[in-house]
Design a protein. Structure first.
Length: 174
């Protein structure tokens, strides 16, 4: 690729790759404005640090698409964490115990969530990511395969193996 510091070359790269980058980000986020922001972020990074792209490691198209997918996943994770924190805050604002609920129930639920988180943390990274995308992000196996750029069978296997290992971990902890 020509020198990406040249405005004409950079403009040509933007016009050539922005659509595929948007599609990759939108498969993860399902939010067009956020996906557009991801594309802008990646191109700003490339403009500021054109040497971050190494043509010896692959094409500009694959580099930009991978960066867009990666940044979209980061945004999705941040959004999920923020939404979970808001939900926890809402729950904390509710009366502390539901009618007829044993005082130990909130503690049991909290411990259950912690056990699930520990089980997820012990999974290999690719399996953990697949399980979180499947259940936290409510993505189908096909959507997971697109989001992490793996074959459909691999995405299905990662979810299945991750769930098996998490179940085994939770059974052992019980």
């Amino acid at each position: 690729m020509d020198d990406l510091r040249d405005p004409r070359t950079f403009d040509r790269a933007y016009k050539q790759h922005a659509g595929a980058m948007f599609a990759a980000a939108n498969r993860v986020l399902r939010d067009a404005p956020a996906s557009e922001d991801v594309v802008q972020d990646v191109f700003m990074h490339l403009w500021r640090r054109p040497r971050s792209f190494d043509p010896a490691r692959g094409t500009l198209a694959s580099y930009l698409t991978m960066m867009a997918r990666s940044r979209a996943l980061d945004r999705w994770r941040t959004r999920s964490v923020r939404e979970a924190a808001v939900e926890r805050t809402k729950q904390a604002m509710l009366p502390s115990a539901a009618v007829g609920e044993d005082a130990a129930e909130p503690v049991n639920r909290r411990e259950g969530r912690r056990a699930v988180m520990r089980a997820l943390e012990r999974l290999p990274g690719d399996q953990r990511e697949a399980v979180v995308l499947a259940f936290g992000g409510e993505l189908t196996a096909r959507e997971i395969a697109c989001a992490v750029d793996v074959p459909l069978g691999t995405a299905k296997s990662r979810v299945r193996l991750g769930l098996q290992k998490a179940r085994a971990e939770l059974s052992a902890a019980a």
